[in-house]
Design a protein around this ligand. Structure first.
Ligand code: SF4
Length: 226
């Protein structure tokens, strides 16, 4: 943790509300600027590398910001190659976490799978931080519609920052185009919301992006945001 005074939760709420009133790009830049100004190096940025808008915004604010990628050992080869390509070309300060269990333990679909491959490794990566930053958007799922830009994450006892909370999928697309950012290779063949290979499918035109995740299981979240 930084040597900063204990967090004032009113200040957090007021700052978040102020950001809510801004155009989406200004809100995102404002949130990212605020978290690094407030917590310095005690910040981790979690990214699935499904798209790289968040990473691009973060690296332009703080080139050596710590980016965390949760390698579940069930990712597509294309995802791992994309992560490595971005790490090299953007010289990212990347932390890759790994599960503490083997591939045959708690396999995909079992209740503990996301916990041991995502939730617990993320908790270890966030140990000692003052804040974490995510790429969560309200449009992702019905459960995310109320997500604030800045909040206190009681489970992890740190600040959670969702700079893209107010963004639409079109806003993401516009930013990717305008900044000619690299794209995950699977987005060219119908994949929109990309997670672990066994639970990710391409979606047809007009389908909600998240319909390609955990299709037919009723599951909508992996536990990182609940
Ligand atoms: S998305 Fe599926 S494979 Fe990936 S960690 Fe969760 S349950 Fe396991």
């Amino acid at each position: 943790m930084s040597g900063r005074a204990p967090l004032d939760k009113n200040e957090l709420a007021v700052t978040s509300l102020r950001l809510e009133g801004l155009p989406v790009l200004e809100a995102a830049r404002g949130a990212i600027g605020w978290v690094f100004e407030t917590f310095g190096d005690d910040v981790a940025v979690a990214s699935s590398f499904q798209d790289v808008v968040l990473i691009d915004l973060v690296r332009k604010e703080k080139a050596d910001a710590e980016i965390v990628f949760l390698d579940t050992h069930f990712h597509f080869g294309e995802t791992l190659a994309f992560v490595e390509r971005l790490r090299k070309t953007w010289e990212l300060n990347l932390t890759v976490t790994h599960p503490t269990v083997g591939p045959d333990e708690f396999v995909c679909g079992t209740a503990r799978c996301c916990e041991v491959r995502k939730v617990e490794p993320l908790a270890a990566a966030l140990e000692g931080k003052g804040a974490w930053v995510t790429g969560l958007k309200r449009v992702d799922t019905p459960e995310r519609t109320g997500a604030p830009i800045l909040s206190f994450d009681p489970a992890r006892r740190m600040v959670k920052v969702n700079p893209l909370a107010t963004w639409s999928d079109d806003d993401v697309e516009e930013y990717l185009e305008e900044h000619t950012l690299p794209r995950h290779p699977l987005t060219y063949v119908g994949y929109v919301s990309i997670g672990c290979a066994p639970t990710t499918q391409p979606v047809a035109e007009g389908q909600h992006p998240r319909e390609g995740r955990w299709a037919g299981t009723g599951k909508t979240e992996c536990g990182l945001h609940v």
